[in-house]
Design a binder for this molecule. Sequence first.
Ligand SMILES: [Zn+2]
Ligand SMILES: [Zn+2]
Length: 201
Amino acid sequence: MSVDTGSRPPAAARDRRFARQERCELCGTPVAARHGHLVDTGRRGLLCACRACFLLCPAGKTRYRAVPERYLWDPRRPIARLDWRELGIPARFAFFVHCGTRVTAFQPGPAGMVETTLPPGLWAELAAAHPLLATAEPDVEAIVFRGRACGTDCFLVPVDVCYRLAGAVRRYWTGGDGGPELHERVGELFAEIEQRAQPLW
Ligand SMILES: [Zn+2]
Ligand SMILES: [Zn+2]
């Protein structure tokens, strides 16, 4: 008979759950596991938000901006392998966020996510051919790419998804290419993105 060594006594599980109870970072109200986020454009961070605070911060020119909940993909204009290479991204996946006048690429590495600013014009050129890229709201939405043997996946996602990707890279990266556990986690996250994504048109 096998013994599940991974199970913990109920009290410990309860304490752990209590310790992980998330709260709205603006008003302190406890929030459910699934909750909205706000981007703090002042210090470039993400805040957990209750529904009321989330709804009070629509996308606009305020310091706190609500992260939209849409996921999109464009079945009509897939990103070709060539376009991906033009961006100079050697990683298997990366995400891109437009802030101010710049587009920043985040790609995984042994020390976490590495930020690089794309050469001016390159993103605009690619976006002219792929409207999905131009659809992303600055600061609060991201374009995520994943290179695969059969082509390149490209999705528009809420920027908090990228924080989850970055967290997985920080936590699970091993060896030179990230290791099997990281790629499994990233695969799960992309499966979730794929399932939620609606066609752009
Ligand atoms: Zn709140
Ligand atoms: Zn949160």
